[in-house]
Design a protein around this ligand. Structure first.
Ligand SMILES: C[S@@+](CC[C@H](N)C(=O)[O-])C[C@H]1O[C@@H](n2cnc3c(N)ncnc32)[C@H](O)[C@@H]1O
Length: 334
């Protein structure tokens, strides 16, 4: 899976076309992809000048590339801590939020651009609040929003983990989270769109409030910079097999690297499900099922192999006329 949080904007074409043309092309492509489904979201993307929120983009064309993020801030270790998210993902999340005119919306994780899109959709009678933990981000978001005519968006500096009060028609979380402490914020019937990371994969999930419960819909595999502050989650990273393999785990008990080293060299065991997928058929739902049904998810890995090629499980998607899906784990018993 591509990690969009780490992708840099690529100057695929050196264009001198004006921003208006690039913006119109971006909307057309997002419609073709199915990321934009409503006229309201299309109109917002057609209007807000994305390049004014992404001066770090290497070119105007890069600022409007539908699949690329523009990284705007890095931590001391060089990893991205803030970005203007990729248009395709912003469009998918805005559509998922079901925004209507006059809606009250909370955005967690600022930058300015997405808040401006929300402001366009909800109109002057709506309310948009955006919260970010980093003063560098809130300062520039405030400046960019004022410079583009969206000074009515309220920019707040703080750790979103601690937001206690509020009632919103939609809560849009635009930072990778391991938990969702915002369930008290959506109004009855409101929606909360959250990129949740579990078992190594992040999915944007739309939670619709239904009385005292939430119904989760439309998981979309995506990538976001990780949340900082009280909700930060520290991954475990282990170098195995003499450094040949690097294992990154979201959580769980402390890694037993000696046992893992042995698992890499021991006879593997495989459990084939008997299910065959077409080569072009996505099967990330197998991972989602495992992550939500099997406590041993972190110890079992979905594998696939082409029907025509016997032998070891494949680690990349092979060509073939069908794929056997199965589970693999180190040691003898699957
Ligand atoms: C991907 S960026 C947001 C993108 C933005 N919504 C846009 O317009 O494209 C994620 C932001 O989340 C912020 N963030 C990280 N942890 C946070 C926290 N605990 N509370 C609020 N903001 C946080 C980061 O500083 C970063 O600016």
């Amino acid at each position: 899976m591509p990690d969009y949080s780490e992708r840099v904007a690529i100057d695929t074409e050196s264009s001198t076309e004006p921003a208006d043309r690039l913006r119109a092309d971006m909307v057309a492509r997002l419609r073709e992809q199915g990321a934009i489904r409503s006229p309201e979201v299309a109109e917002a993307f057609a209007k807000v000048p994305r390049e004014r929120f992404a001066p770090e983009a290497p070119s105007l064309a890069a600022a409007y590339s539908v699949n690329d993020v523009v990284i705007t801030r890095r931590g001391a270790d060089g990893r991205a801590t803030s970005s203007v998210s990729a248009p395709w993902l912003q469009a998918v999340m805005l559509e998922a939020a079901g925004l209507t005119r006059g809606a009250r919306v909370l955005e967690i994780g600022s930058g300015g651009y997405n808040a401006a899109l929300i402001a366009e959709i909800v109109g002057p009678e709506g309310q948009v609040v955006t919260v970010d933990i980093d003063p560098f981000v809130t300062e520039r978001a405030t400046r960019f929003l004022a410079g583009t005519g969206y000074s009515h968006v309220k920019v707040v500096l703080g750790d979103a983990e601690h937001i206690r009060d509020g009632s919103y028609d939609a809560v849009l979380v635009t930072v990778g989270a391991w938990d969702c402490p915002w369930g008290h914020l959506p109004a009855p019937g409101g929606r909360m769109v959250v990129p949740l990371r579990f078992c190594g994969i992040t999915r944007s999930i739309t939670f619709v409030r239904d009385d005292d419960r939430f119904v989760g819909l439309d998981p979309t595999v995506c990538g976001f910079v990780p949340i900082q502050g009280a909700g930060a989650h520290h991954e475990q990273v282990a170098a195995l097999a003499g450094g040949a393999v690097t294992l990154t785990l979201d959580g769980g008990p402390a890694l037993d690297t000696a046992a893992l080293d042995e698992a890499l060299t021991a006879e593997p065991s495989e459990l084939w499900t008997g299910i065959v997928a077409r080569p072009d058929e996505p099967f990330d739902t197998l991972h989602l099922w495992l992550a939500t049904h099997d406590d041993a998810c972190t110890r079992r890995t979905p594998w696939w192999r082409p029907r025509r090629r016997p032998g070891l499980p494949q680690t990349s998607h092979p060509a073939g006329d069908g794929l056997d899906l199965g589970l693999s784990s180190g040691g003898k018993s699957p």
